[in-house]
Design a protein around this ligand. Structure first.
Ligand code: TMP
Length: 253
């Protein structure tokens, strides 16, 4: 069988040419990195969990009319997605102070913010994804003012959906990151949610205990990352409630 063509390899995922024009296959690796890949490890089962969780979140978003790149899951580690032109921004939404914002402003982690706050980082590993003001984004042509207005609206809808979903299973959505891509229907350009939504790209805290159920477990050496992600999947009903091995979950449809 002919090997398919690799289109892009990132830190946690690889993209391959899809079966039809305008599609790609997104493969979730077990690799975990933090601090711009200064810290790295392989967490067995992480790719399987993130494939399932990103499928779950993006399917929900598609169903409420928030457009995403997700088409369908293909197998344990792969999903079929729409090819997009990625906007080189990390769009971060924060509901509570944590991470770099807590550090920058000297706020205690967990402080509720007066409203969801959106910030943008320029996606560039060599520069360590620096925070950038809207002025830069527009001046350098990464996105127009209209694009930014649309991106903010999209990000806030994702925030409301994800916050509610998580609240329903006793989890606080502290903050998260999405990426946005352009798709073209003839002359018409639309912005859609791309990349992944998973515990790699969110901060998720148990509401009762404050237990961290996201990649901070890895960043800060707080325990077993796959256990934390499995707990999120289990609560959402994405995995069955038996305690089977993470590497071979029995999949439900
Ligand atoms: P931060 O507090 O480190 O700026 O992170 C904000 C959110 O963005 C948090 O949910 C983790 C997520 N994030 C990523 O998805 N990728 C990254 O490279 C970084 C730095 C953060």
């Amino acid at each position: 069988m002919a090997r398919r063509k690799k289109v892009y390899e990132g830190k946690a995922k690889t993209l391959y040419e899809g079966p039809e024009p305008g599609t790609l296959v997104q493969y979730f690796k077990d690799d975990a990195t933090a601090f711009n890949a200064e810290k790295r490890d392989v967490i067995e089962g992480k790719g399987v969990l993130n494939n399932r969780l990103s499928e779950y979140f993006m399917t929900g978003l598609n169903n409420i009319g928030v457009p995403t790149h997700f088409i369908r899951r293909l197998n344990m580690r792969e999903q079929l997605i729409r090819a997009v032109e990625i906007i080189p921004l990390e769009v971060i939404v924060r509901n509570f102070a944590a991470g770099s914002m807590a550090k920058r402003l000297g706020l205690e982690e967990g402080t509720q913010l007066p409203r969801p706050i959106i910030e943008f980082s320029y996606k560039n590993d060599d520069l360590g994804d620096p925070l950038v003001p809207e002025e830069y984004i527009i001046a350098f042509g990464w996105a127009s003012q209209q694009d930014l207005d649309d991106i903010v609206a999209l990000a806030l809808r994702v925030n409301d959906f994800m916050s509610g979903l998580m609240l329903g299973v006793g989890i606080r959505l502290v903050d998260f990151k999405i990426e946005v891509g352009r798709v073209y229907d003839g002359d018409f350009m639309r912005l859609i949610v791309a990349d992944e939504i998973s515990p790699d790209s969110c901060r998720l805290w148990d509401i009762e205990t404050g237990r961290k159920l996201d990649k901070d477990v890895f960043r800060r050496d707080l325990g077993d990352l796959a256990d934390a992600y499995t707990e999120v999947a289990r609560r959402l009903g994405v995995l069955p409630t038996n305690n089977g091995p993470v590497t071979k979950p029995t999949l439900i449809n």
